[in-house]
Ligand binder design. Structure first.
Ligand code: FEO
Length: 168
């Protein structure tokens, strides 16, 4: 059985991951609206990843005898000023996710809940990757600036991203 406090924290995070998915789908729609289908693809894959993050928590809560409660999902931002703006906002969002995952981990350690600690190790590693990937894209966008050729090349590259369901 999960401790009630940690169960509530994981349920909240499960909902927050859906909120993340919603934000990224909205960013994808923005990229489609400015004729950047590759960047749109990247955000749509990110949306799929976030749904996976949420579903993985759902399954863990059930496995530990808890109940995943679905809450209302806040509407995401609708407009961004540029491609770089979307990624800068994505980085801020991922930093918030990292903070939340760390709090759950701290609680698991305090409660000596080794199963939850082990389960959340995956998210700790995932957050390092999430932040680093977005940070690299921001740096590349700064390098490219307003070069049409550079943006075209980057858009092609972003279009090749595919969702691969993790095996663990
Ligand atoms: Fe599920 Fe991007 O954190």
């Amino acid at each position: 059985m999960l401790d009630k406090k940690i169960e509530d924290m994981i349920v909240e995070q499960m909902n927050f991951e859906i909120h993340s998915a919603y934000i990224y789908l909205a960013m994808g729609a923005y990229c489609d609206s400015i004729d950047m289908p590759g960047f749109a693809n990247w955000f749509k894959i990110q949306w799929e990843e976030e749904i996976y993050h949420s579903t993985r928590m759902y399954e863990y809560i059930v496995e530990r005898g808890g109940r995943p409660i679905l809450e209302s999902i806040e509407a995401p931002q609708k407009e961004w000023s540029s491609l770089i703006d979307t990624f800068e906002k994505a980085l801020i969002h991922e930093q918030e996710v990292t903070k939340r995952i760390n709090s759950i981990m701290t609680e698991a350690v305090n409660l000596s809940d080794h199963a939850t600690r082990s389960f959340f190790n995956w998210y700790i590693d995932e957050q390092v990757e999430e932040e680093a990937t977005v940070d690299t894209i921001i740096k590349q966008l700064k390098m490219v600036k307003d070069s049409g050729h550079g943006l075209f090349m980057m858009d092609k590259e972003m279009g090749s991203r595919a969702f691969v369901k993790p095996t663990k």
